[in-house]
Design a protein around this ligand. Structure first.
Ligand SMILES: Nc1ncnc2c1ncn2[C@@H]1O[C@H](COP(=O)(O)OP(=O)(O)OP(=O)(O)O)[C@@H](O)[C@H]1O
Length: 217
């Protein structure tokens, strides 16, 4: 957990946050906050803007208007990218590298300790025995599991999880819930999306409902 961030402010605050494409509003203005030890479930049907919101919060897209504060400090896209760990629909693994090599790469990027047991990290997400398997040979659910292993290496206090339960079997869903529970118990916070088909994690959860998508004229 990042001890450099003050603990007495909400970890994440958004004020008047908006995003538009070609002058068509996608979401907002949104006002919400998320404290340490909490999860925020972003609800909305297909096209409501959930992924777009997470990409803005991860610093991958620029907001059209509004402010985001991390632990009380106004932040720009760079700070958002550094303060959060993002797990999106596309896993972002290096296809030709093995699962273990992908974790080595992620560990180096995150500046995590070299002594970290990466084989154990793979075993924790159910990928024991796949250490030498190239990422391109993983199933969708196994790819998601590798993404979950990477998340644990990043040590960011704020997790942004886009449809984390998608493609996972029951045991995988339980794994996501366990990881979220542990992260929140350590003082982290999790913002996750769902279109409503999956259960919420077993932690204190607030919800944020995005308006239904507009149909093109
Ligand atoms: N790259 C893009 N270019 C143009 N429009 C986009 C792009 N990505 C998404 N959109 C549009 O932005 C709106 C919000 O999309 P977004 O992916 O954020 O929705 P979502 O709530 O995550 O949907 P889903 O539940 O289907 O994943 C949609 O109307 C979509 O058509």
């Amino acid at each position: 957990m990042d001890a450099s961030l003050p603990a007495d402010e909400p970890l994440l605050q958004a004020r008047g946050l908006c995003f538009s494409r070609n002058e068509e509003p996608v979401f907002g203005p949104l006002d919400f906050e998320l404290g340490r030890g909490q999860a925020l479930l972003v609800l909305g049907g297909n096209g409501a803007g959930k992924t777009t919101l997470l990409r803005v919060l991860a610093g991958l897209l620029a907001a059209g208007a509004g402010e985001v504060h991390l632990a009380g400090q106004p932040v720009d896209r760079d700070h958002l990218a550094r303060g959060s760990a993002y797990l999106g629909h596309l896993p972002g693994h290096k296809a030709e590298l093995s699962t273990l090599e992908n974790l080595e790469f992620a560990r180096a990027l995150a500046g995590a300790p070299a002594g970290l047991d990466l084989a154990a990290a793979l075993a924790r997400v159910g990928l024991a025995g796949y250490e030498d398997t190239p990422a391109r040979r993983l199933s969708a659910g196994q790819n998601k599991r590798l993404g979950l292993a990477r998340l644990g290496l990043q040590r960011a206090p704020l997790w942004l999880l886009d449809e984390p339960y998608a493609n996972l079997d029951l045991e995988g869903i339980a794994l996501v819930n366990r990881l979220i529970q542990d992260h929140v118990a350590e003082g982290g916070a999790v913002l996750l999306t769902t279109h409503g088909a999956y259960a919420a994690p077993p932690v204190p959860v607030r919800t944020l409902e995005l308006a239904p998508a507009r149909r093109p004229a």
